[in-house]
Design a protein around this ligand. Structure first.
Ligand SMILES: Cc1cc2nc3c(=O)[nH]c(=O)nc-3n(C[C@H](O)[C@H](O)[C@H](O)COP(=O)(O)O)c2cc1C
Length: 190
């Protein structure tokens, strides 16, 4: 049976853009896979422990069981929330690294990362080089082969809606969110 693992990590509930977009992905996936299994993990409400050498096999099993993983990743200080980092550290262990033969013990899966950023980090913007989310996630997910079918969906300029100094960028925020919704709906049924 096909299985979706849905991860959120925003500290916000009201107005969280990453939660809104991962929810849209999950809703579309569940509509397309009514028999599919759906597992939800909220890393803000229920953080996993920081890595301390104690194995948490249930977290690895949960990732292994998933065919599709959607991850909500708000940008915090140019990177990912520490709760998301803690979860990644729990399952990214030597036992499940891609072997020299190229085999990924976690199995083949599709991963969709939805980021929400207050600003914009697109090519040509002043903060282009400050995006430590996508490059980090691509690198760390490659250890376990989770980069093999990996898509990023970025909802940018979310602060334009709340910070009057960024009001000139509101249209970009609206377009970026609309694009994110369109793309996740396509990915969820692809
Ligand atoms: C602790 C914290 C740090 C943040 N750091 C950044 C940052 O470095 N760059 C940025 O563009 N936005 C930053 N933001 C804004 C968030 O990325 C933005 O509000 C985003 O929409 C959060 O995701 P959410 O809407 O799912 O909560 C930060 C927000 C918080 C709460």
């Amino acid at each position: 049976m096909t299985n979706l693992l849905h991860i959120d990590s925003s500290i916000r509930y009201e107005g969280s853009v990453s939660r809104e977009v991962t929810r849209a992905f999950a809703d579309a996936w569940r509509a397309a896979n009514p028999e599919g299994e759906y597992v939800y993990r909220d890393l803000s409400a229920n953080p996993v422990p920081h890595v301390d050498g104690t194995p948490h096999p249930e977290l690895i099993a949960e990732v292994k069981a998933a065919d599709t993983i959607v991850i909500g990743a708000p940008m915090y200080n140019f990177a990912i929330p520490s709760t998301l980092k803690a979860w990644i550290d729990q399952f990214t262990v030597k036992d499940v690294f891609v072997g020299e033969d190229g085999v990924a013990p976690l199995g083949a899966k599709r991963v969709v990362v939805v980021t929400a950023r207050g600003g914009s980090y697109k090519a040509g913007t002043p903060r282009e080089g400050f995006d430590h989310q996508e490059p980090y996630l691509r690198s760390v997910l490659s250890l376990t082969g989770l980069d093999r079918n990996l898509e990023f969906v970025h909802a940018e300029m979310t602060m334009a809606n709340v910070n009057p100094q960024l009001a000139q960028f509101r249209e970009i925020a609206v377009e970026s969110l609309a694009d994110a919704h369109r793309v996740v709906k396509e990915l969820a049924v692809a």
